[in-house]
Design a protein around this ligand. Sequence first.
Ligand SMILES: [Zn+2]
Length: 273
Amino acid sequence: MLYKYAMLLLLNILLMTGCNTAPPTPLSPPGEPLALAEAAPVVEQETAIPPEPLKKVYLTFDDGPNSYYTGQILDILNDYGIKASFAVLGVNIDKNPDVLQRIVDEGHGIINHSYSHDYNRVYKSPEAFLEELESCNESIAGITGRGVKIFRAPGGPSKLNKETFKLLKQHGYVSISWNVASADTDPKGVSREQIIENVQKGIMQIESFEKTPIVLMHDGTEINRNGAAPGSALANYIRSRESGVAALPEIIEFLMDRNYTFAVVDENTPPAW
Ligand SMILES: [Zn+2]
């Protein structure tokens, strides 16, 4: 990068002393004083500012499609004219096919997040994991016509062993992780302010590592929102989902202020770490 800037500076110096020098003043007719006003105008040289490289951020929402929260998130993304990616579960696609259809219609990305998200099933064996991805892809393909090869392991890639990675690679699957955690699945429930703070701190930290931020949030699995006892796991889960939706505009504005472009996850997405 330094080399590039040095070259730009050198180019700028050459331009100032070369092509951009003022043309010679035309000779004044005999007997007339030198027409100073006719001297070539001084061309102001603009300082060469190196173009800022495109800064991408990936917003990702896991565990949906959810009949209640995903739509609210899509509305906010639409308000800002930006795209995100949704790591979806087959079990929730089967419950909410129309929500996945809307995600796709509005140009957002899809990540395969397994069929059930049930650790006992997903992590039973490498073959079981593959089967979970294939089942989720059947649900995705039922809506979009084709499955996706980008997957996010439930609970994160650290749960995958070498044999599983090898098997998935053989089948063309590509893992996508994250490097900015909103921590919006805290079992105690989390506030809007805490989610904003977690993401902002995470973004600034990942910038110091010069990595492309991939932000993990949750639109959440399908739940029955009625009758959650105060303080129960379900009530905390609902509070966290509502906090996440409420936090999203401020998170988007924070990223916009830092000149980020909102990209959709695909095969070219750089690894989180
Ligand atoms: Zn998940």
